[in-house]
Design a protein around this ligand. Sequence first.
Ligand SMILES: C[S@@+](CC[C@H](N)C(=O)[O-])C[C@H]1O[C@@H](n2cnc3c(N)ncnc32)[C@H](O)[C@@H]1O
Length: 172
Amino acid sequence: MGSVTPSSPFLTRAMAAQVDIDRPGKIVELGPGTGVITDALVARGVPQDRLVLIEYNSEFCALLRKRFPGATVIEGDAYNIDRTLGHPAEGTLATVVSGLPLLIQPMETRCGLRDAAFRLLAPGAPLVQFSYALVSPVPVEGADMKIWTSPWVLRNVPPARVWVYRTEPVPA
Ligand SMILES: C[S@@+](CC[C@H](N)C(=O)[O-])C[C@H]1O[C@@H](n2cnc3c(N)ncnc32)[C@H](O)[C@@H]1O
Protein backbone atom coordinates (compact mmCIF):
# COMPACT_ATOMS: atom_id res chain seq x y z
CA MET A 1 0.00 0.00 0.00
CA GLY A 2 3.05 2.26 -0.01
CA SER A 3 4.49 3.75 -3.21
CA VAL A 4 8.09 4.28 -4.28
CA THR A 5 6.99 7.19 -6.48
CA PRO A 6 6.56 10.54 -4.71
CA SER A 7 3.05 11.94 -4.78
CA SER A 8 2.28 14.00 -7.89
CA PRO A 9 1.73 17.78 -7.78
CA PHE A 10 -1.97 17.10 -8.33
CA LEU A 11 -2.17 14.99 -5.19
CA THR A 12 0.08 17.23 -3.10
CA ARG A 13 -2.01 20.27 -4.01
CA ALA A 14 -5.18 18.36 -3.10
CA MET A 15 -3.63 17.54 0.29
CA ALA A 16 -2.47 21.11 0.93
CA ALA A 17 -5.90 22.46 -0.01
CA GLN A 18 -7.32 20.79 3.11
CA VAL A 19 -5.18 22.84 5.49
CA ASP A 20 -6.96 25.79 7.07
CA ILE A 21 -4.12 28.32 7.19
CA ASP A 22 -6.05 30.72 9.42
CA ARG A 23 -6.38 28.16 12.20
CA PRO A 24 -3.64 28.89 14.77
CA GLY A 25 -1.13 26.24 15.81
CA LYS A 26 1.50 24.00 14.33
CA ILE A 27 0.94 21.94 11.20
CA VAL A 28 2.54 18.53 11.64
CA GLU A 29 3.43 16.42 8.63
CA LEU A 30 4.01 12.69 9.11
CA GLY A 31 6.23 10.85 6.62
CA PRO A 32 7.20 13.81 4.42
CA GLY A 33 9.84 11.82 2.53
CA THR A 34 11.55 14.19 0.10
CA GLY A 35 9.06 16.96 0.90
CA VAL A 36 6.64 17.00 -2.01
CA ILE A 37 3.61 17.62 0.22
CA THR A 38 5.65 20.05 2.35
CA ASP A 39 6.41 21.99 -0.81
CA ALA A 40 2.70 22.21 -1.63
CA LEU A 41 1.96 23.40 1.91
CA VAL A 42 4.55 26.17 1.57
CA ALA A 43 3.23 27.07 -1.90
CA ARG A 44 -0.25 27.31 -0.35
CA GLY A 45 1.09 29.92 2.05
CA VAL A 46 1.97 27.99 5.20
CA PRO A 47 4.97 29.73 6.82
CA GLN A 48 7.82 27.27 7.27
CA ASP A 49 8.07 28.04 10.97
CA ARG A 50 4.62 26.58 11.50
CA LEU A 51 5.68 23.24 10.03
CA VAL A 52 6.89 20.26 12.05
CA LEU A 53 8.03 17.35 9.87
CA ILE A 54 8.38 13.86 11.37
CA GLU A 55 10.36 11.49 9.19
CA TYR A 56 12.25 8.39 10.27
CA ASN A 57 14.64 8.15 7.32
CA SER A 58 17.78 10.14 8.18
CA GLU A 59 18.70 10.90 4.55
CA PHE A 60 15.25 12.34 3.93
CA CYS A 61 15.61 14.37 7.14
CA ALA A 62 18.89 15.88 5.89
CA LEU A 63 17.24 16.75 2.58
CA LEU A 64 14.20 18.26 4.32
CA ARG A 65 16.45 20.46 6.50
CA LYS A 66 18.10 21.80 3.34
CA ARG A 67 14.85 22.33 1.46
CA PHE A 68 12.88 23.82 4.36
CA PRO A 69 15.38 25.55 6.67
CA GLY A 70 12.61 27.33 8.57
CA ALA A 71 10.71 24.13 9.43
CA THR A 72 11.32 21.86 12.41
CA VAL A 73 12.46 18.46 11.16
CA ILE A 74 12.30 15.63 13.68
CA GLU A 75 13.95 12.31 12.88
CA GLY A 76 11.64 9.90 14.65
CA ASP A 77 8.65 7.63 14.67
CA ALA A 78 5.44 9.27 13.48
CA TYR A 79 3.33 6.46 14.95
CA ASN A 80 4.53 7.67 18.37
CA ILE A 81 3.48 11.22 17.52
CA ASP A 82 2.97 12.44 21.08
CA ARG A 83 6.38 11.30 22.34
CA THR A 84 8.17 12.26 19.11
CA LEU A 85 6.78 15.80 19.36
CA GLY A 86 7.89 16.00 23.01
CA HIS A 87 4.38 15.79 24.49
CA PRO A 88 2.93 19.11 23.32
CA ALA A 89 -0.19 20.48 24.99
CA GLU A 90 -3.31 18.61 23.99
CA GLY A 91 -5.76 20.30 21.65
CA THR A 92 -3.21 22.71 20.17
CA LEU A 93 -2.27 21.42 16.70
CA ALA A 94 -3.84 23.08 13.66
CA THR A 95 -3.57 20.12 11.28
CA VAL A 96 -1.91 16.72 11.00
CA VAL A 97 -1.04 15.90 7.39
CA SER A 98 0.04 12.31 6.79
CA GLY A 99 1.83 10.63 3.92
CA LEU A 100 2.36 7.46 5.94
CA PRO A 101 1.46 4.15 4.29
CA LEU A 102 -1.09 3.51 7.02
CA LEU A 103 -2.72 0.42 5.58
CA ILE A 104 0.40 -1.70 5.95
CA GLN A 105 0.20 -1.17 9.71
CA PRO A 106 -1.75 -3.33 12.14
CA MET A 107 -5.13 -2.00 13.23
CA GLU A 108 -3.86 -1.35 16.74
CA THR A 109 -1.09 0.93 15.45
CA ARG A 110 -3.48 2.83 13.20
CA CYS A 111 -6.02 3.29 16.01
CA GLY A 112 -3.22 4.45 18.30
CA LEU A 113 -2.09 7.07 15.81
CA ARG A 114 -5.67 8.23 15.19
CA ASP A 115 -6.40 8.61 18.89
CA ALA A 116 -3.10 10.35 19.65
CA ALA A 117 -3.53 12.75 16.72
CA PHE A 118 -7.03 13.72 17.85
CA ARG A 119 -5.85 14.30 21.41
CA LEU A 120 -3.23 16.74 20.08
CA LEU A 121 -5.39 18.45 17.44
CA ALA A 122 -7.54 21.43 18.35
CA PRO A 123 -11.27 20.61 18.45
CA GLY A 124 -12.55 20.35 14.89
CA ALA A 125 -9.04 20.49 13.37
CA PRO A 126 -8.33 18.02 10.57
CA LEU A 127 -6.26 14.89 10.16
CA VAL A 128 -5.46 14.73 6.41
CA GLN A 129 -4.31 11.47 4.82
CA PHE A 130 -4.04 10.22 1.26
CA SER A 131 -4.70 6.68 0.22
CA TYR A 132 -4.78 4.50 -2.88
CA ALA A 133 -7.34 2.19 -1.30
CA LEU A 134 -11.14 2.07 -1.47
CA VAL A 135 -11.46 1.76 2.28
CA SER A 136 -10.67 4.37 4.89
CA PRO A 137 -6.96 4.28 5.81
CA VAL A 138 -7.80 5.62 9.29
CA PRO A 139 -9.98 3.19 11.24
CA VAL A 140 -13.46 4.65 11.66
CA GLU A 141 -14.98 1.99 13.94
CA GLY A 142 -15.66 3.29 17.43
CA ALA A 143 -14.46 6.81 16.68
CA ASP A 144 -16.75 9.83 16.66
CA MET A 145 -15.44 11.57 13.53
CA LYS A 146 -16.65 13.43 10.48
CA ILE A 147 -15.10 12.06 7.30
CA TRP A 148 -14.71 13.68 3.89
CA THR A 149 -13.06 12.19 0.81
CA SER A 150 -11.86 14.01 -2.28
CA PRO A 151 -12.60 12.85 -5.81
CA TRP A 152 -10.00 10.40 -7.12
CA VAL A 153 -6.81 12.16 -8.15
CA LEU A 154 -6.15 10.25 -11.37
CA ARG A 155 -2.96 12.11 -12.22
CA ASN A 156 -1.01 10.26 -9.55
CA VAL A 157 0.66 6.86 -9.66
CA PRO A 158 -1.35 5.05 -8.45
CA PRO A 159 -4.56 7.14 -8.36
CA ALA A 160 -5.34 8.30 -4.84
CA ARG A 161 -7.90 10.14 -2.75
CA VAL A 162 -7.52 12.58 0.08
CA TRP A 163 -9.29 11.64 3.29
CA VAL A 164 -10.07 14.29 5.92
CA TYR A 165 -11.11 13.35 9.45
CA ARG A 166 -12.35 15.74 12.13
CA THR A 167 -13.77 15.36 15.57
CA GLU A 168 -16.69 17.56 16.46
CA PRO A 169 -15.84 20.95 17.96
CA VAL A 170 -16.21 20.83 21.73
CA PRO A 171 -19.15 23.09 22.77
CA ALA A 172 -18.00 26.13 24.77
C1 LIG B 1 4.71 6.71 0.87
S1 LIG B 1 6.10 7.72 1.40
C2 LIG B 1 5.35 9.34 1.22
C3 LIG B 1 6.37 10.40 0.94
C4 LIG B 1 5.76 11.76 0.56
N1 LIG B 1 5.00 12.32 1.66
C5 LIG B 1 4.88 11.64 -0.65
O1 LIG B 1 3.66 11.87 -0.54
O2 LIG B 1 5.39 11.31 -1.73
C6 LIG B 1 6.06 7.43 3.15
C7 LIG B 1 7.09 8.18 3.97
O3 LIG B 1 6.86 7.89 5.34
C8 LIG B 1 8.09 7.66 5.99
N2 LIG B 1 7.79 6.82 7.15
C9 LIG B 1 7.37 5.54 7.13
N3 LIG B 1 7.17 5.10 8.40
C10 LIG B 1 7.47 6.15 9.21
C11 LIG B 1 7.45 6.32 10.62
N4 LIG B 1 7.10 5.33 11.44
N5 LIG B 1 7.78 7.53 11.11
C12 LIG B 1 8.15 8.55 10.27
N6 LIG B 1 8.19 8.43 8.94
C13 LIG B 1 7.86 7.25 8.41
C14 LIG B 1 8.94 6.98 4.93
O4 LIG B 1 10.32 7.10 5.22
C15 LIG B 1 8.53 7.78 3.69
O5 LIG B 1 9.31 8.94 3.57
